[in-house]
Design a protein around this ligand. Structure first.
Ligand code: HXC
Length: 258
């Protein structure tokens, strides 16, 4: 499938989706976000794909929503179209693991897009920020909610009110990113994490993703019950039998997603 704003490759059970608007530092316009939603849907339906990696360029993961596209819009246009609401819902509906591999700028909608992924691996060149305040607006794709959950109120408030950028070290220290690697190693690290995930049972992978995501949506006791029930239900799978047999037989498990 050919895209105007993305490059997509599938290799060894991993779909690599690269944002590709170099002339605009991968600014998220409507074409890019709808193509991304489509590419993710195709990856989710493709049985060969077991993990997805989303990345940008060396200079920018994405420098935010496309300011030039938004600048002249009216409230009525933004509200009526629920600007980027459907695209975000579609990205989040994906049940396969999605890793964000971030180098360079991840600002505004770019930072929010990275946070919508399941975890973020950052190059030492990464810079995160919610600089919408400088444009007379605020975050609109989840920044005020997700960044706060990642890094806490004080740091999130600082980022949203001053518009300052957070470098990769601060992002790792604050829990926004799971791993920090030299820029040259970014794709190797992200693809190897994806490969590792691709070797697991996709049933367990999806269950783990649902359980962790639920922790953001519910009380502790409900979340614990949800996790325990999912754990119990995995005993109905062949992959559980295989995983535990392989452990006892001291060999690698061969999962079949059954
Ligand atoms: C449109 C953008 C863009 C953006 C960069 N470009 N960011 N175009 N929307 N968000 C374009 C520039 O206009 C320029 O094209 C080219 O990319 C290179 O950018 P430069 O500014 O020349 O590069 P540099 O000097 O290196 O500065 C990099 C930068 C800066 C610090 C990242 O570009 C910047 O501040 N960008 C805006 C960041 C931002 O405010 N993001 C939040 C957007 S609002 P031309 O052709 O002009 O040379 C948002 C809301 C999300 O994200 C919610 C939506 C629902």
């Amino acid at each position: 499938m050919a895209y105007e704003t993305l490059i997509v490759e599938v290799e060894n059970h991993v779909a690599l989706i690269k944002l590709n608007r170099p002339e605009a530092l991968n600014a998220l316009n409507s074409v890019l976000l709808s193509e991304l939603a489509q590419a993710l849907k195709i990856a989710e339906k493709n049985d060969k794909v077991r993990c997805i990696v989303l990345t940008g360029s060396e200079k920018a993961f994405a420098a935010g929503a496309d300011i030039k596209e938004m600048a002249d819009k009216t409230f009525v246009e933004m509200f009526s179209s629920d600007f980027f609401g459907a695209e975000c819902k579609s990205l989040l509906a994906n049940r396969k693991p999605v890793i964000a591999a971030v180098a360079g700028y991840a600002l505004g909608g770019g930072c929010e897009l990275a946070m919508m992924c399941d975890f973020i691996i950052a190059a030492d060149t990464a810079k995160f920020g919610q600089p919408e305040i400088n444009l007379g607006v605020i975050a609109g794709m989840g920044g005020s909610q997700r960044l706060t959950r990642f890094v806490g109120k004080s740091k999130s408030m600082d980022m949203h009110l001053t518009g300052r950028f957070m470098d990769a070290e601060e992002a790792e220290r604050s829990g926004l990113v799971s791993r920090l690697v030299p820029a040259k190693k970014l794709m190797e690290e992200a693809m190897s994490a994806a490969q590792k995930i691709a070797e697991k049972s996709l049933l367990a992978t999806k269950a783990a993703k649902e359980a962790v995501d639920r922790s953001y949506e519910t009380t502790l006791s409900e979340g614990l019950l949800f996790e325990r029930r999912l754990f119990h239900s995995l005993f109905a799978t062949e992959d559980q039998k295989e995983g535990m047999a392989a452990f006892q037989e001291k060999r690698e498990a061969q999962f079949r997603d059954k």
